[in-house]
Design a protein around this ligand. Structure first.
Ligand code: XLS
Ligand code: NI
Ligand code: NI
Length: 559
Protein backbone atom coordinates (compact mmCIF):
# COMPACT_ATOMS: atom_id res chain seq x y z
CA UNK A 1 0.00 0.00 0.00
CA UNK A 2 1.35 3.41 -0.95
CA UNK A 3 0.07 6.88 -0.43
CA UNK A 4 0.53 10.20 -2.20
CA UNK A 5 -1.21 13.54 -2.56
CA UNK A 6 -2.41 14.02 -6.13
CA UNK A 7 -4.46 16.66 -7.91
CA UNK A 8 -8.15 16.18 -8.38
CA UNK A 9 -8.82 18.67 -11.14
CA UNK A 10 -8.07 19.20 -14.81
CA UNK A 11 -6.50 16.18 -16.38
CA UNK A 12 -6.16 14.53 -13.00
CA UNK A 13 -6.80 10.90 -12.18
CA UNK A 14 -10.35 11.85 -11.44
CA UNK A 15 -10.83 13.46 -14.78
CA UNK A 16 -9.44 10.89 -17.12
CA UNK A 17 -7.85 7.51 -17.35
CA UNK A 18 -4.44 6.99 -15.86
CA UNK A 19 -1.86 6.10 -18.46
CA UNK A 20 1.15 4.85 -16.55
CA UNK A 21 1.41 1.13 -17.27
CA UNK A 22 4.95 0.15 -16.47
CA UNK A 23 6.19 -1.36 -14.24
CA UNK A 24 2.72 -2.49 -13.36
CA UNK A 25 2.51 -5.16 -16.01
CA UNK A 26 3.21 -7.63 -13.28
CA UNK A 27 0.25 -6.49 -11.30
CA UNK A 28 -3.22 -7.78 -11.90
CA UNK A 29 -5.11 -5.16 -10.05
CA UNK A 30 -4.52 -1.74 -8.63
CA UNK A 31 -7.03 -0.06 -6.42
CA UNK A 32 -6.80 3.67 -5.92
CA UNK A 33 -8.63 5.04 -3.00
CA UNK A 34 -9.08 8.72 -2.22
CA UNK A 35 -9.29 9.32 1.46
CA UNK A 36 -9.02 13.03 2.12
CA UNK A 37 -9.16 16.27 0.18
CA UNK A 38 -7.27 19.46 0.76
CA UNK A 39 -6.30 22.59 -1.17
CA UNK A 40 -2.98 22.44 -2.88
CA UNK A 41 -1.10 24.12 -5.65
CA UNK A 42 -0.01 23.19 -9.10
CA UNK A 43 3.56 22.49 -8.07
CA UNK A 44 2.29 19.43 -6.23
CA UNK A 45 0.94 17.83 -9.41
CA UNK A 46 1.83 14.18 -9.81
CA UNK A 47 1.14 11.36 -12.20
CA UNK A 48 -1.23 8.53 -11.51
CA UNK A 49 0.55 5.29 -10.94
CA UNK A 50 -1.19 2.79 -13.11
CA UNK A 51 -4.63 1.69 -14.13
CA UNK A 52 -6.99 1.74 -11.28
CA UNK A 53 -10.38 1.65 -9.83
CA UNK A 54 -11.37 4.66 -7.87
CA UNK A 55 -13.14 4.11 -4.63
CA UNK A 56 -13.64 7.51 -3.17
CA UNK A 57 -14.16 7.11 0.50
CA UNK A 58 -16.20 10.26 0.79
CA UNK A 59 -19.64 9.16 -0.26
CA UNK A 60 -20.89 12.68 -0.87
CA UNK A 61 -18.17 13.13 -3.49
CA UNK A 62 -18.25 9.66 -4.93
CA UNK A 63 -20.63 10.13 -7.82
CA UNK A 64 -19.06 13.44 -8.79
CA UNK A 65 -15.58 12.09 -8.55
CA UNK A 66 -16.38 9.20 -10.80
CA UNK A 67 -17.56 11.71 -13.39
CA UNK A 68 -14.19 13.33 -13.25
CA UNK A 69 -14.41 16.42 -15.41
CA UNK A 70 -17.77 17.37 -14.00
CA UNK A 71 -16.35 17.36 -10.57
CA UNK A 72 -13.29 19.20 -11.75
CA UNK A 73 -15.39 21.93 -13.29
CA UNK A 74 -16.94 22.75 -9.97
CA UNK A 75 -13.60 23.54 -8.44
CA UNK A 76 -11.96 26.90 -8.51
CA UNK A 77 -8.96 25.71 -6.51
CA UNK A 78 -6.68 22.84 -7.15
CA UNK A 79 -7.72 20.11 -4.80
CA UNK A 80 -5.42 17.39 -3.73
CA UNK A 81 -6.63 14.00 -2.69
CA UNK A 82 -4.71 11.54 -0.61
CA UNK A 83 -4.42 8.58 -2.94
CA UNK A 84 -3.85 5.18 -1.45
CA UNK A 85 -2.75 2.57 -3.95
CA UNK A 86 -3.13 -1.12 -3.13
CA UNK A 87 -1.71 -3.66 -5.52
CA UNK A 88 -2.23 -7.37 -6.07
CA UNK A 89 0.56 -9.31 -7.75
CA UNK A 90 -0.06 -11.91 -10.46
CA UNK A 91 0.81 -15.30 -9.06
CA UNK A 92 3.19 -16.23 -11.93
CA UNK A 93 5.02 -12.93 -11.98
CA UNK A 94 8.31 -12.32 -10.31
CA UNK A 95 8.08 -10.46 -7.05
CA UNK A 96 7.84 -6.78 -7.86
CA UNK A 97 10.04 -4.54 -5.86
CA UNK A 98 10.20 -1.48 -8.05
CA UNK A 99 7.18 0.32 -6.82
CA UNK A 100 8.50 2.74 -4.29
CA UNK A 101 11.88 3.22 -5.89
CA UNK A 102 10.61 3.58 -9.40
CA UNK A 103 7.10 4.87 -9.38
CA UNK A 104 7.23 7.62 -6.84
CA UNK A 105 10.24 9.30 -8.50
CA UNK A 106 8.46 8.79 -11.80
CA UNK A 107 5.58 10.76 -10.40
CA UNK A 108 7.85 13.76 -10.05
CA UNK A 109 9.18 13.39 -13.57
CA UNK A 110 5.70 12.99 -14.85
CA UNK A 111 4.76 16.25 -13.20
CA UNK A 112 6.84 18.20 -15.68
CA UNK A 113 5.66 16.10 -18.58
CA UNK A 114 2.04 16.43 -17.56
CA UNK A 115 2.25 20.18 -17.30
CA UNK A 116 4.00 20.49 -20.63
CA UNK A 117 1.48 18.27 -22.33
CA UNK A 118 -1.40 20.00 -20.68
CA UNK A 119 -0.16 23.39 -21.84
CA UNK A 120 0.28 22.18 -25.35
CA UNK A 121 -2.95 20.30 -25.70
CA UNK A 122 -5.65 21.76 -23.59
CA UNK A 123 -7.56 24.89 -24.39
CA UNK A 124 -8.97 25.28 -20.93
CA UNK A 125 -6.66 24.31 -18.18
CA UNK A 126 -6.29 27.26 -15.85
CA UNK A 127 -9.93 28.10 -15.25
CA UNK A 128 -11.66 24.74 -15.40
CA UNK A 129 -15.39 25.09 -15.27
CA UNK A 130 -15.45 28.90 -15.62
CA UNK A 131 -16.59 30.79 -18.69
CA UNK A 132 -16.97 31.74 -21.43
CA UNK A 133 -19.08 34.55 -19.99
CA UNK A 134 -22.40 34.76 -21.79
CA UNK A 135 -24.87 37.53 -22.53
CA UNK A 136 -27.98 36.68 -20.53
CA UNK A 137 -30.28 39.66 -19.97
CA UNK A 138 -32.74 37.51 -18.02
CA UNK A 139 -30.17 36.44 -15.41
CA UNK A 140 -31.31 36.23 -11.80
CA UNK A 141 -29.87 38.83 -9.39
CA UNK A 142 -27.52 36.26 -7.89
CA UNK A 143 -26.13 35.24 -11.29
CA UNK A 144 -23.17 37.56 -11.55
CA UNK A 145 -20.95 35.65 -13.92
CA UNK A 146 -22.94 36.78 -16.95
CA UNK A 147 -23.43 39.93 -18.98
CA UNK A 148 -26.85 41.46 -18.61
CA UNK A 149 -26.04 44.54 -20.66
CA UNK A 150 -22.77 43.98 -22.47
CA UNK A 151 -23.59 42.40 -25.79
CA UNK A 152 -20.43 42.83 -27.85
CA UNK A 153 -22.07 42.97 -31.28
CA UNK A 154 -25.13 45.04 -30.31
CA UNK A 155 -25.19 48.38 -32.08
CA UNK A 156 -25.47 51.65 -30.19
CA UNK A 157 -25.47 54.89 -32.17
CA UNK A 158 -24.05 53.22 -35.26
CA UNK A 159 -21.21 51.21 -33.67
CA UNK A 160 -21.06 47.96 -31.78
CA UNK A 161 -20.63 47.98 -28.02
CA UNK A 162 -17.25 46.34 -28.54
CA UNK A 163 -16.14 49.18 -30.80
CA UNK A 164 -17.21 51.90 -28.39
CA UNK A 165 -15.94 50.28 -25.22
CA UNK A 166 -12.62 48.69 -26.27
CA UNK A 167 -12.18 46.90 -22.94
CA UNK A 168 -8.75 45.83 -21.81
CA UNK A 169 -7.45 43.67 -18.95
CA UNK A 170 -4.42 44.98 -17.09
CA UNK A 171 -1.78 42.36 -16.48
CA UNK A 172 -0.26 43.83 -13.33
CA UNK A 173 -3.30 43.72 -11.07
CA UNK A 174 -5.02 40.70 -12.53
CA UNK A 175 -1.98 38.46 -13.08
CA UNK A 176 0.71 39.85 -10.80
CA UNK A 177 -1.46 40.98 -7.91
CA UNK A 178 -1.12 38.95 -4.74
CA UNK A 179 -3.33 40.90 -2.38
CA UNK A 180 -0.40 42.03 -0.24
CA UNK A 181 -0.64 45.49 1.29
CA UNK A 182 1.57 47.48 3.69
CA UNK A 183 0.03 45.60 6.60
CA UNK A 184 -0.05 42.06 5.35
CA UNK A 185 1.34 39.55 2.93
CA UNK A 186 -0.20 37.82 -0.04
CA UNK A 187 -3.71 36.44 0.26
CA UNK A 188 -4.23 35.56 -3.39
CA UNK A 189 -2.53 32.43 -4.64
CA UNK A 190 -3.18 31.45 -8.23
CA UNK A 191 -2.85 27.77 -9.08
CA UNK A 192 -0.60 28.41 -12.08
CA UNK A 193 1.80 30.66 -10.21
CA UNK A 194 4.52 28.90 -8.23
CA UNK A 195 5.65 32.18 -6.71
CA UNK A 196 9.10 32.06 -8.35
CA UNK A 197 10.73 34.57 -10.66
CA UNK A 198 11.48 31.92 -13.25
CA UNK A 199 10.81 32.35 -16.95
CA UNK A 200 8.75 29.16 -16.89
CA UNK A 201 6.47 30.68 -14.32
CA UNK A 202 6.26 33.90 -16.35
CA UNK A 203 5.19 31.96 -19.41
CA UNK A 204 2.65 29.80 -17.60
CA UNK A 205 1.12 32.96 -16.14
CA UNK A 206 0.88 34.46 -19.60
CA UNK A 207 -0.95 31.41 -20.92
CA UNK A 208 -3.37 31.64 -18.02
CA UNK A 209 -3.94 35.31 -18.83
CA UNK A 210 -4.78 34.60 -22.45
CA UNK A 211 -7.25 31.92 -21.43
CA UNK A 212 -8.81 34.52 -19.15
CA UNK A 213 -9.01 37.22 -21.85
CA UNK A 214 -10.60 34.78 -24.25
CA UNK A 215 -13.17 33.45 -21.81
CA UNK A 216 -14.14 36.95 -20.84
CA UNK A 217 -14.39 38.11 -24.44
CA UNK A 218 -11.99 41.03 -23.91
CA UNK A 219 -9.94 41.94 -26.96
CA UNK A 220 -7.14 44.03 -25.43
CA UNK A 221 -4.56 43.81 -22.69
CA UNK A 222 -1.95 46.12 -21.13
CA UNK A 223 1.29 45.50 -19.25
CA UNK A 224 4.43 47.01 -17.74
CA UNK A 225 7.67 45.53 -19.06
CA UNK A 226 8.53 44.14 -15.65
CA UNK A 227 5.12 42.48 -15.22
CA UNK A 228 6.02 40.17 -18.06
CA UNK A 229 9.52 38.99 -17.28
CA UNK A 230 11.93 39.17 -14.35
CA UNK A 231 14.88 41.55 -14.14
CA UNK A 232 18.22 39.88 -14.73
CA UNK A 233 21.60 40.78 -13.28
CA UNK A 234 22.31 43.24 -16.08
CA UNK A 235 20.19 45.26 -18.45
CA UNK A 236 21.22 42.93 -21.27
CA UNK A 237 20.02 39.92 -19.30
CA UNK A 238 16.79 41.69 -18.40
CA UNK A 239 16.17 42.52 -22.06
CA UNK A 240 16.82 38.91 -23.06
CA UNK A 241 14.29 37.70 -20.45
CA UNK A 242 11.78 40.17 -21.78
CA UNK A 243 12.36 39.10 -25.39
CA UNK A 244 11.72 35.49 -24.50
CA UNK A 245 8.35 36.20 -22.92
CA UNK A 246 7.42 38.75 -25.59
CA UNK A 247 7.83 36.06 -28.24
CA UNK A 248 5.30 33.90 -26.42
CA UNK A 249 3.02 36.93 -26.07
CA UNK A 250 3.22 37.48 -29.84
CA UNK A 251 2.31 33.85 -30.42
CA UNK A 252 -0.65 33.96 -28.02
CA UNK A 253 -1.87 37.27 -29.43
CA UNK A 254 -1.73 35.83 -32.89
CA UNK A 255 -3.58 32.70 -31.87
CA UNK A 256 -6.34 34.44 -29.90
CA UNK A 257 -6.67 37.73 -31.76
CA UNK A 258 -6.20 39.64 -28.49
CA UNK A 259 -4.40 42.94 -29.13
CA UNK A 260 -2.16 45.18 -27.09
CA UNK A 261 -3.94 48.38 -26.06
CA UNK A 262 -0.78 49.74 -24.52
CA UNK A 263 2.54 48.90 -22.99
CA UNK A 264 4.45 50.89 -20.41
CA UNK A 265 7.72 50.74 -18.51
CA UNK A 266 7.87 50.19 -14.80
CA UNK A 267 10.13 53.05 -13.70
CA UNK A 268 9.12 53.02 -10.05
CA UNK A 269 9.51 49.64 -8.31
CA UNK A 270 13.27 49.16 -8.51
CA UNK A 271 15.26 50.95 -5.74
CA UNK A 272 17.36 52.70 -8.40
CA UNK A 273 14.29 54.83 -9.10
CA UNK A 274 13.71 55.98 -5.55
CA UNK A 275 14.40 59.64 -6.44
CA UNK A 276 12.47 59.39 -9.68
CA UNK A 277 13.40 58.20 -13.17
CA UNK A 278 13.32 61.05 -15.69
CA UNK A 279 13.28 63.51 -12.76
CA UNK A 280 15.97 61.82 -10.67
CA UNK A 281 18.72 63.99 -9.18
CA UNK A 282 21.15 61.41 -10.64
CA UNK A 283 21.55 61.61 -14.44
CA UNK A 284 22.82 58.01 -14.51
CA UNK A 285 19.45 56.85 -13.20
CA UNK A 286 17.72 58.85 -15.93
CA UNK A 287 19.99 57.17 -18.48
CA UNK A 288 18.92 53.78 -17.14
CA UNK A 289 15.28 54.79 -17.45
CA UNK A 290 15.95 55.97 -21.01
CA UNK A 291 17.54 52.64 -21.89
CA UNK A 292 14.57 50.84 -20.39
CA UNK A 293 12.10 52.96 -22.35
CA UNK A 294 14.10 52.39 -25.55
CA UNK A 295 13.55 48.66 -25.10
CA UNK A 296 9.93 49.24 -24.06
CA UNK A 297 9.22 51.08 -27.32
CA UNK A 298 10.82 48.28 -29.30
CA UNK A 299 8.63 45.72 -27.53
CA UNK A 300 5.56 47.88 -28.08
CA UNK A 301 6.36 48.05 -31.77
CA UNK A 302 6.98 44.30 -31.97
CA UNK A 303 3.57 43.60 -30.41
CA UNK A 304 1.70 46.27 -32.35
CA UNK A 305 0.76 48.31 -29.27
CA UNK A 306 -1.85 50.91 -30.13
CA UNK A 307 -0.57 53.28 -27.43
CA UNK A 308 2.37 53.68 -25.06
CA UNK A 309 1.80 55.03 -21.56
CA UNK A 310 3.93 57.08 -19.20
CA UNK A 311 2.70 57.11 -15.66
CA UNK A 312 5.14 59.22 -13.63
CA UNK A 313 5.54 56.68 -10.85
CA UNK A 314 8.14 58.49 -8.78
CA UNK A 315 8.27 61.72 -10.74
CA UNK A 316 7.41 64.20 -8.01
CA UNK A 317 8.74 65.44 -4.69
CA UNK A 318 8.51 64.63 -1.02
CA UNK A 319 10.10 67.87 0.11
CA UNK A 320 10.71 71.21 -1.54
CA UNK A 321 13.72 71.92 0.67
CA UNK A 322 15.93 69.44 -1.23
CA UNK A 323 14.35 69.67 -4.69
CA UNK A 324 15.05 71.79 -7.76
CA UNK A 325 11.59 71.54 -9.28
CA UNK A 326 12.38 73.57 -12.40
CA UNK A 327 15.38 71.40 -13.24
CA UNK A 328 13.40 68.21 -12.69
CA UNK A 329 10.57 69.32 -14.98
CA UNK A 330 13.06 70.48 -17.64
CA UNK A 331 14.66 67.02 -17.47
CA UNK A 332 11.25 65.35 -17.79
CA UNK A 333 10.55 67.35 -20.97
CA UNK A 334 14.01 66.51 -22.35
CA UNK A 335 13.34 62.84 -21.62
CA UNK A 336 10.12 62.98 -23.63
CA UNK A 337 11.98 64.61 -26.52
CA UNK A 338 14.32 61.60 -26.61
CA UNK A 339 11.25 59.33 -26.58
CA UNK A 340 9.67 61.14 -29.53
CA UNK A 341 12.91 60.96 -31.50
CA UNK A 342 13.30 57.21 -30.93
CA UNK A 343 9.64 56.47 -31.58
CA UNK A 344 9.98 58.18 -34.94
CA UNK A 345 13.29 56.51 -35.67
CA UNK A 346 11.94 52.97 -35.22
CA UNK A 347 8.57 53.78 -36.79
CA UNK A 348 6.45 52.99 -33.75
CA UNK A 349 2.99 54.24 -34.67
CA UNK A 350 1.23 54.04 -31.29
CA UNK A 351 -0.15 57.12 -29.53
CA UNK A 352 1.96 58.34 -26.59
CA UNK A 353 -0.08 58.91 -23.44
CA UNK A 354 0.65 60.51 -20.06
CA UNK A 355 -1.38 59.35 -17.07
CA UNK A 356 -1.95 62.07 -14.48
CA UNK A 357 -1.99 61.30 -10.76
CA UNK A 358 -2.06 63.81 -7.92
CA UNK A 359 -0.17 61.97 -5.18
CA UNK A 360 1.11 58.53 -4.26
CA UNK A 361 3.81 57.36 -4.15
CA UNK A 362 5.26 60.88 -3.90
CA UNK A 363 3.66 63.59 -1.84
CA UNK A 364 3.18 65.66 -4.95
CA UNK A 365 3.24 64.02 -8.38
CA UNK A 366 4.32 66.38 -11.16
CA UNK A 367 1.53 65.07 -13.40
CA UNK A 368 -1.03 66.23 -10.84
CA UNK A 369 -4.14 66.23 -13.01
CA UNK A 370 -5.29 66.68 -16.60
CA UNK A 371 -4.92 70.46 -16.65
CA UNK A 372 -1.45 70.31 -15.11
CA UNK A 373 -0.25 67.79 -17.69
CA UNK A 374 -1.75 69.74 -20.59
CA UNK A 375 -0.04 72.91 -19.33
CA UNK A 376 3.27 71.04 -19.01
CA UNK A 377 2.97 69.72 -22.57
CA UNK A 378 2.27 73.22 -23.92
CA UNK A 379 5.05 74.77 -21.88
CA UNK A 380 7.61 72.45 -23.46
CA UNK A 381 6.08 72.27 -26.95
CA UNK A 382 5.18 68.59 -26.60
CA UNK A 383 1.41 68.75 -26.94
CA UNK A 384 1.22 67.48 -30.52
CA UNK A 385 2.91 64.22 -29.53
CA UNK A 386 0.88 63.21 -26.49
CA UNK A 387 -2.62 62.59 -25.26
CA UNK A 388 -3.79 61.67 -21.78
CA UNK A 389 -4.66 58.38 -20.15
CA UNK A 390 -7.18 59.32 -17.50
CA UNK A 391 -7.69 57.17 -14.43
CA UNK A 392 -10.73 58.37 -12.47
CA UNK A 393 -9.34 57.12 -9.16
CA UNK A 394 -6.44 59.51 -9.72
CA UNK A 395 -8.88 62.28 -10.57
CA UNK A 396 -10.60 61.86 -7.22
CA UNK A 397 -7.19 61.87 -5.48
CA UNK A 398 -6.69 65.32 -7.00
CA UNK A 399 -9.86 66.41 -5.22
CA UNK A 400 -12.01 66.44 -8.35
CA UNK A 401 -15.26 64.62 -9.16
CA UNK A 402 -14.91 61.22 -10.83
CA UNK A 403 -15.48 62.35 -14.42
CA UNK A 404 -13.66 65.71 -14.14
CA UNK A 405 -10.39 64.81 -15.91
CA UNK A 406 -12.18 62.79 -18.58
CA UNK A 407 -14.30 65.82 -19.40
CA UNK A 408 -11.43 68.33 -19.16
CA UNK A 409 -9.04 66.37 -21.37
CA UNK A 410 -11.80 65.56 -23.85
CA UNK A 411 -12.76 69.23 -24.04
CA UNK A 412 -9.24 69.96 -25.36
CA UNK A 413 -9.09 66.96 -27.70
CA UNK A 414 -6.57 65.33 -25.39
CA UNK A 415 -8.50 62.35 -24.00
CA UNK A 416 -6.59 59.37 -25.38
CA UNK A 417 -7.55 56.46 -23.17
CA UNK A 418 -9.10 55.61 -19.81
CA UNK A 419 -7.88 53.46 -16.92
CA UNK A 420 -11.38 52.40 -15.96
CA UNK A 421 -11.48 52.04 -12.19
CA UNK A 422 -12.75 53.79 -9.10
CA UNK A 423 -11.61 54.65 -5.59
CA UNK A 424 -13.56 54.90 -2.41
CA UNK A 425 -14.47 58.58 -2.23
CA UNK A 426 -14.05 58.46 1.56
CA UNK A 427 -10.40 57.34 1.26
CA UNK A 428 -7.42 59.40 0.22
CA UNK A 429 -5.52 56.83 -1.79
CA UNK A 430 -5.53 54.79 -4.97
CA UNK A 431 -7.64 51.74 -4.19
CA UNK A 432 -8.02 50.76 -7.86
CA UNK A 433 -11.43 49.16 -7.46
CA UNK A 434 -13.51 47.85 -10.32
CA UNK A 435 -15.89 50.53 -11.61
CA UNK A 436 -19.40 49.53 -10.55
CA UNK A 437 -21.19 52.84 -10.34
CA UNK A 438 -23.67 53.34 -13.18
CA UNK A 439 -23.87 57.11 -12.81
CA UNK A 440 -20.09 57.60 -13.05
CA UNK A 441 -19.79 55.29 -16.03
CA UNK A 442 -22.66 57.08 -17.75
CA UNK A 443 -20.88 60.42 -17.37
CA UNK A 444 -17.64 58.96 -18.74
CA UNK A 445 -19.36 57.34 -21.69
CA UNK A 446 -21.20 60.56 -22.48
CA UNK A 447 -17.82 62.27 -22.90
CA UNK A 448 -16.54 59.35 -24.99
CA UNK A 449 -19.58 59.43 -27.28
CA UNK A 450 -19.39 63.19 -27.62
CA UNK A 451 -15.81 62.98 -28.84
CA UNK A 452 -16.81 60.20 -31.25
CA UNK A 453 -15.03 57.35 -29.50
CA UNK A 454 -11.85 56.65 -27.59
CA UNK A 455 -9.86 54.70 -30.24
CA UNK A 456 -6.97 54.02 -30.46
CA UNK A 457 -7.38 54.14 -26.68
CA UNK A 458 -9.81 52.03 -24.72
CA UNK A 459 -11.22 51.27 -21.31
CA UNK A 460 -8.43 49.50 -19.46
CA UNK A 461 -9.42 47.92 -16.16
CA UNK A 462 -6.56 49.21 -14.04
CA UNK A 463 -8.36 47.63 -11.11
CA UNK A 464 -7.73 44.85 -8.67
CA UNK A 465 -10.00 42.49 -6.83
CA UNK A 466 -9.93 43.11 -3.08
CA UNK A 467 -7.36 41.12 -1.13
CA UNK A 468 -10.26 39.30 0.50
CA UNK A 469 -11.66 38.26 -2.91
CA UNK A 470 -9.46 35.25 -3.26
CA UNK A 471 -11.35 32.98 -5.66
CA UNK A 472 -10.55 32.80 -9.35
CA UNK A 473 -14.22 33.32 -9.92
CA UNK A 474 -14.00 36.74 -8.24
CA UNK A 475 -11.60 37.87 -10.95
CA UNK A 476 -14.13 36.94 -13.61
CA UNK A 477 -17.08 38.49 -11.80
CA UNK A 478 -15.17 41.72 -11.21
CA UNK A 479 -14.42 42.18 -14.90
CA UNK A 480 -17.80 41.00 -16.15
CA UNK A 481 -19.68 43.28 -13.75
CA UNK A 482 -17.50 46.28 -14.60
CA UNK A 483 -18.02 45.63 -18.32
CA UNK A 484 -21.74 45.49 -17.68
CA UNK A 485 -21.61 48.75 -15.74
CA UNK A 486 -19.89 50.47 -18.66
CA UNK A 487 -22.31 48.90 -21.13
CA UNK A 488 -25.14 50.42 -19.11
CA UNK A 489 -23.27 53.70 -19.04
CA UNK A 490 -22.94 53.54 -22.83
CA UNK A 491 -26.64 52.86 -23.37
CA UNK A 492 -27.64 55.59 -20.91
CA UNK A 493 -25.31 58.13 -22.46
CA UNK A 494 -26.52 57.24 -25.95
CA UNK A 495 -30.12 57.92 -24.87
CA UNK A 496 -29.11 61.19 -23.20
CA UNK A 497 -27.45 62.29 -26.41
CA UNK A 498 -30.12 61.15 -28.85
CA UNK A 499 -32.96 62.58 -26.79
CA UNK A 500 -31.12 65.89 -26.96
CA UNK A 501 -32.65 67.30 -23.79
CA UNK A 502 -29.29 67.97 -22.13
CA UNK A 503 -27.84 69.63 -25.20
CA UNK A 504 -30.94 71.77 -25.48
CA UNK A 505 -30.90 72.82 -21.83
CA UNK A 506 -27.17 73.52 -21.86
CA UNK A 507 -27.39 75.53 -25.08
CA UNK A 508 -30.16 77.60 -23.53
CA UNK A 509 -27.79 78.61 -20.73
CA UNK A 510 -25.21 79.93 -23.21
CA UNK A 511 -27.54 81.52 -25.74
CA UNK A 512 -26.19 85.04 -25.12
CA UNK A 513 -22.84 83.96 -26.62
CA UNK A 514 -24.37 83.07 -29.95
CA UNK A 515 -25.12 86.56 -31.23
CA UNK A 516 -24.25 90.23 -30.86
CA UNK A 517 -21.33 91.29 -28.71
CA UNK A 518 -21.36 87.91 -26.94
CA UNK A 519 -20.39 86.13 -30.15
CA UNK A 520 -17.82 88.83 -30.89
CA UNK A 521 -16.14 88.21 -27.50
CA UNK A 522 -16.21 84.47 -28.16
CA UNK A 523 -14.45 84.99 -31.50
CA UNK A 524 -11.89 87.27 -29.88
CA UNK A 525 -13.06 90.33 -31.85
CA UNK A 526 -14.63 92.49 -29.14
CA UNK A 527 -13.06 95.30 -27.13
CA UNK A 528 -13.47 96.47 -23.53
CA UNK A 529 -15.04 99.69 -24.82
CA UNK A 530 -17.67 97.76 -26.75
CA UNK A 531 -18.59 95.76 -23.65
CA UNK A 532 -18.88 98.94 -21.62
CA UNK A 533 -21.23 100.41 -24.22
CA UNK A 534 -23.61 97.41 -23.93
CA UNK A 535 -23.75 97.74 -20.16
CA UNK A 536 -24.33 101.50 -20.37
CA UNK A 537 -27.21 100.93 -22.78
CA UNK A 538 -28.83 97.83 -21.26
CA UNK A 539 -27.96 98.13 -17.58
CA UNK A 540 -27.31 95.23 -15.24
CA UNK A 541 -27.54 91.63 -16.47
CA UNK A 542 -30.69 89.83 -15.38
CA UNK A 543 -29.85 86.88 -13.07
CA UNK A 544 -30.84 83.54 -14.59
CA UNK A 545 -31.31 80.25 -12.73
CA UNK A 546 -28.71 77.51 -13.25
CA UNK A 547 -31.41 74.86 -12.74
CA UNK A 548 -28.93 72.40 -11.25
CA UNK A 549 -31.59 70.26 -9.60
CA UNK A 550 -33.49 70.11 -12.89
CA UNK A 551 -30.33 68.73 -14.57
CA UNK A 552 -29.75 66.25 -11.74
CA UNK A 553 -33.32 65.03 -11.96
CA UNK A 554 -32.96 64.56 -15.73
CA UNK A 555 -29.76 62.56 -15.21
CA UNK A 556 -31.52 60.27 -12.73
CA UNK A 557 -34.12 59.58 -15.37
CA UNK A 558 -31.49 57.98 -17.61
CA UNK A 559 -29.80 55.99 -14.84
C1 XLS B 1 -0.73 53.70 -10.76
C2 XLS B 1 -1.04 53.75 -12.17
C3 XLS B 1 -0.37 52.67 -13.00
C4 XLS B 1 -0.37 53.01 -14.45
C5 XLS B 1 0.60 52.24 -15.26
O1 XLS B 1 -1.35 54.32 -9.94
O2 XLS B 1 -2.42 53.72 -12.36
O3 XLS B 1 -0.96 51.44 -12.76
O4 XLS B 1 -1.63 52.89 -15.00
O5 XLS B 1 1.89 52.39 -14.81
NI1 NI C 1 -3.43 53.51 -14.22
NI1 NI D 1 -3.82 53.95 -10.19
Amino acid sequence: MHEAWLPCVGDSPLAGSPTYDEPFSALSRITCKWTEMREGDSSEYGEVPGRGEYNPSRPELQSEMMKGPVFAKKMTHILLGRLTVSTTRQSSAAPHSGYTQHVLPAMAQATAKRQKMAHANRESEFFPGIGPVEYKPSAEPSETLVFRHYNAQQEVLGRTMEEWLRFSVCYWHSFRGTGSDPFGGPTIKRPWDDGTDSLDNAKRRLRAAFEFFTKLGIKYWTFHDRDLAPEGKTLAETNANLDEVVELAAELMNKTGVKLLWATCNLFVHPRYMHGAATSCDAHVTMYAAAQVKKGLEVARRLGAENFVFWGGREGYHSLINTDVRAELDHLAAFYKMVIAYKEKIGFKGQLLIEPKAKEPTRHQYDYDAQTVMAFLHQYGLNAHFKLNIEPNHTTLAGHPYEHDVIFSSAYGMLGSIDANTGSPDLGWDTDQFPMDVRSCTMVMKAVLEQDGIAPGGLNFDAKVRRESTDLKDLFIAHAAAMDTFARGLKNAASMISDGVFAKSINARYVSWKSGVGSRIARGEATLEECEKVVMEHGDPRPESGHQEHFEAMLNHYI
